[in-house]
Design a protein around this ligand. Structure first.
Ligand code: ADP
Ligand code: MG
Length: 262
């Protein structure tokens, strides 16, 4: 099987204004197949967001390359869509206008934009809120709008950078199950960054564990828990064992990261 996303020997060093430099990523090699759900976990400051920005084309790596479906990434494009921790909705636009925004920008006809936006509003459980404005929604609902907007442009790969980090624990668990059902319906390839190990295990086919800065792939763990998954799975011994195993792998890295003041 050929990889949909291929990260080939990517390194990133930032040079600061005072000329000091930070090595954020070192020699990352990673392949993700079509339809796979992969998560990256790692200590704070281990370069996870930097890698996602490189994949999205927002940042050119110091060395190495990223390929999506065989094409080298050199800028953002419609084959990738990113969702951040802080929602980035346009406050003066309604839910349906926000969801359709990327399509409107691409010059698609209004009726088509409406129909596509409605489809993803339904898929993300936002029906009935089409004409609401972002300030009228809860944090969880705003993140649903972000996910719907990302899906509406029909990307090949969905890039999620700690999308639920700002939500309370209960909302977060509900969003996890919804993300799973959206993933199953949309059959998208997903790359998720999270610092919550149980979230990564619950959602993923594979969990990539990053070392502390400079980030590199320390190890990867295949999650062969059965699907479809629901929240009951989190109480199963096999699940708890996986989480524990990964936690032990990154514990030393987290400690190293704390020492570096990350
Ligand atoms: P993570 O998402 O894993 O917490 P980041 O990718 O945000 O880590 O950051 C990795 C390291 O690179 C950190 O030490 C951070 O301070 C540094 N860094 C990130 N972006 C920049 C930048 N634009 N300029 C300088 N340093 C940066
Ligand atoms: Mg980050």
């Amino acid at each position: 099987m050929t990889a949909l996303l291929k990260i080939d020997n990517v390194s990133q060093t930032f040079v600061r204004n005072d000329k000091s430099s930070v090595e954020a990523l070192r020699s990352i090699d990673l392949s993700i197949n079509e339809g796979e759900f992969v998560s990256i976990v790692g200590a704070s400051g281990s370069g996870k967001s930097t890698l996602l920005r490189i994949i999205d084309g927002l940042l050119a790596p110091s060395s190495g390359s990223v390929f999506v479906d065989g094409t080298k990434v050199d800028r953002p494009g419609p084959d990738r869509a990113m969702v951040f921790q802080q929602d980035s909705l346009l406050p003066w636009k309604t839910v349906i206008e926000n969801v359709g925004y990327g399509l409107t920008l691409a010059g698609r006809p209004k009726a088509e934009v409406q129909a596509i936006a409605q489809r993803f509003i339904d898929m993300t459980g936002l029906r009935g809120f089409e004409s609401h404005y972002p300030h009228q929604l809860s944090g969880g609902m705003r993140q649903r709008v972000n996910v719907a907007r990302a899906l509406a442009v029909d990307p090949k790969i969905l890039l999620l950078d700690e999308p639920f980090a700002a939500l309370d624990a209960q909302t977060r668990e509900i969003m996890q199950t919804e993300l799973l059902s959206i993933w199953q319906k949309s059959r998208k390839t997903v790359l998720l960054i999270t610092h919550q190990i149980d979230e990564a295990v619950f959602l993923s086919d594979r969990v990539i564990v990053f070392s502390a800065r400079p980030g590199c792939v320390k190890t990867e763990v295949a999650i062969d828990l059965p699907r479809p998954r629901d929240l009951d799975l989190k109480r199963h011994p096999a699940f708890i064992e996986q989480v524990d195993h990964i936690w032990k792998l990154i514990e030393a890295e987290v400690r190293a990261g704390v020492k570096q003041g990350a």
